[in-house]
Design a protein around this ligand. Structure first.
Ligand SMILES: [Ca+2]
Length: 197
């Protein structure tokens, strides 16, 4: 009897430990740019690049993404395509942003698609205080028919202040039903263990 109870307890504890990773499974590859100069996963456009020398330091690790390098040379963006999007699901999009001066030159964008058909995109300007990392974070509901998104950040300014970006995150917020199922499973396990006792 004790063994069953112990097994249920172990599963419950392991599930609780696993829960945060369920809630925060970043769908982006190379999200902290630590793949370095190989620039995997991201598509670079314009004056965007991945660097290991910028000051102040990257938000994490040794590398960050920079746009407009050297200073004030023009527009650029980094983007990444994510397939398997669930329509009507809520997604969290966040990143860490710094710049060499105060700037509102930058944006975060989600371009939703249904197959190859573009849907209404989501676009949000970023206000950056130079010399300090800021962490804009937004919850965005995917259009009902969406099955793909292009996650993007960048600038359209031709004389943009140099922006620095790190630790980009895009993940789905689990449906309440999923959390309920997990909870029900746990209660069920405890029920079985109590019955056997
Ligand atoms: Ca990094």
């Amino acid at each position: 009897m004790k063994k069953v109870y112990l097994a249920a307890l172990t599963i419950a504890v392991l599930t609780l430990i696993a829960l945060p990773s369920v809630a925060h499974a970043n769908l982006l590859g190379n999200a902290g740019f630590e793949d370095g100069a190989s620039q995997t996963a991201w598509t670079l456009a314009g004056t965007a690049g991945v660097h290991d020398w910028e000051a102040p330091n990257p938000h994490s690790g040794d590398w960050l993404a920079a746009i407009s390098v050297p200073w004030s040379v023009g527009a650029g963006a980094l983007s990444q395509e994510i397939t398997g999007i669930t329509g009507d699901a809520t997604y969290t999009y966040s990143l860490w942003a710094d710049a060499n001066a105060n700037t509102t030159d930058y944006y975060m964008k989600l371009s939703w698609y249904s197959g190859i058909t573009p849907l209404t995109p989501w676009n949000q300007g970023i206000s950056i205080t130079g010399g300090t990392y800021t962490n804009p974070s937004y919850n965005v509901v995917a259009p009902a028919t969406a099955d793909k998104v292009i996650v993007e950040f960048g600038t359209t300014a031709t004389g943009a202040t140099c922006g620095k970006f790190d630790d980009v995150d895009f993940d789905v917020i689990p449906e309440p039903a999923t959390m309920l199922l997990l909870g029900t499973g746990l209660v069920g396990l405890f029920g079985i263990s109590r019955k056997k006792r």
